[in-house]
Design a protein around this ligand. Structure first.
Ligand SMILES: [Zn+2]
Length: 295
């Protein structure tokens, strides 16, 4: 493991331990400690495992080929995200999906001639699947390493990407550079000051140790966006966090039959939805942000 570091957002060394927990999703060995920055509130892993790749096994769902995954809640969530992009840019444009996985999101645009699509994905296995599925160019690289010309996109999407990066701010700055002035960034990430996170505590699936290297609160996310040159606002209700709730219940009460998690999720989601609408504390926030024109 590498040593403990300063806050990747504000540089503060002040932090307190929130909790330590295992890899609940894949069940791989190790215990991981989550810190909360005393200055900006960003949460981060105390130590990033040196062998982080092993925590993304071939069975990691976002890297899998599309099968029935467009059915049900997940498909509806993806369709809502696509609608959000289409509403913001009705005439279409050049779209870059960062961390495109197996290409499920890009595939929703592939039959629309108004859009020119490009994927970016560090996993070669997932990137190949995305190429096959969408027939669009997919660069196998991280956002930092990809050789793409500045100002070459109208829309950059980052669905559940920021929380996987050790340094989210340079990534946002890079996204800003890839966008034309006034271009659109649409991103989605779990937020720790949400009703679900409060309900499930360290069992909340949004923490996903050790794959989530950082977890934002709304204020720390706003701070990161401003620092990277974006002005953004949230688009409430795009993601309901249903799967996140079911997963958190499975972490909290392991070994029950699957109907138990489905029933408990069905009971919890309506009051959670209401609370989230009243307080604005969604489990997953969707942000629509415009790249500021450089002065
Ligand atoms: Zn900080």
């Amino acid at each position: 493991m590498s040593g403990e570091s300063d806050c990747p957002l504000c540089g503060s060394t002040q932090a307190r331990t929130l909790f330590a927990g295992p890899d609940r999703l894949q069940g791989l060995p190790g215990e991981f400690r989550l810190l909360r920055c005393g200055e900006c509130g960003l949460m981060r892993l105390a130590q990033i495992p040196d062998d982080l790749d092993q925590f993304y096994p071939a069975s990691y769902r976002p890297h899998q080929a599309r099968s029935d995954s467009l059915a049900g809640w997940r498909g509806r969530g993806l369709a809502k995200k696509a609608d959000l992009v289409r509403r913001a840019f009705p005439s279409g444009g050049r779209l870059l999906d960062v961390g495109c996985g197996s290409g499920e999101f890009l595939a929703l645009f592939q039959d629309d001639p108004r859009w020119s699509l490009h994927g970016l994905e560090p996993s070669p296995q997932a990137g190949r699947l995305a190429r096959d599925l969408t027939g669009s160019p997919v660069t196998i690289a991280t956002l930092q390493d990809a050789r793409l010309p500045a100002g070459s996109f109208d829309v950059v999407t980052m669905w559940h990407v920021l929380e996987h990066l050790p340094y989210p701010l340079p990534a946002l700055t890079r996204a800003k550079r890839l966008l034309r002035p006034g271009g659109l960034l649409v991103l989605c990430c779990p937020v720790a000051d949400s009703c679900q996170a409060r309900l499930f505590g360290s069992y909340w699936s949004g923490f996903d140790l050790p794959r989530h290297l950082v977890t934002f609160s709304r204020p720390s996310l706003d701070r990161a966006l401003r620092a990277a040159g974006f002005h953004g606002k949230s688009a409430p209700g795009v993601v309901l966090g249903v799967e996140m709730c079911r997963q958190s219940l499975a972490f909290r009460f392991p070994g029950r039959p699957s109907w138990f998690y489905l029933a408990a999720t069905a009971l919890l989601i309506p009051p959670l939805w209401l609370l989230e609408r009243l307080t604005g504390q969604e489990a997953v926030t969707t942000i629509v942000a415009f790249a500021e024109t450089d002065a």
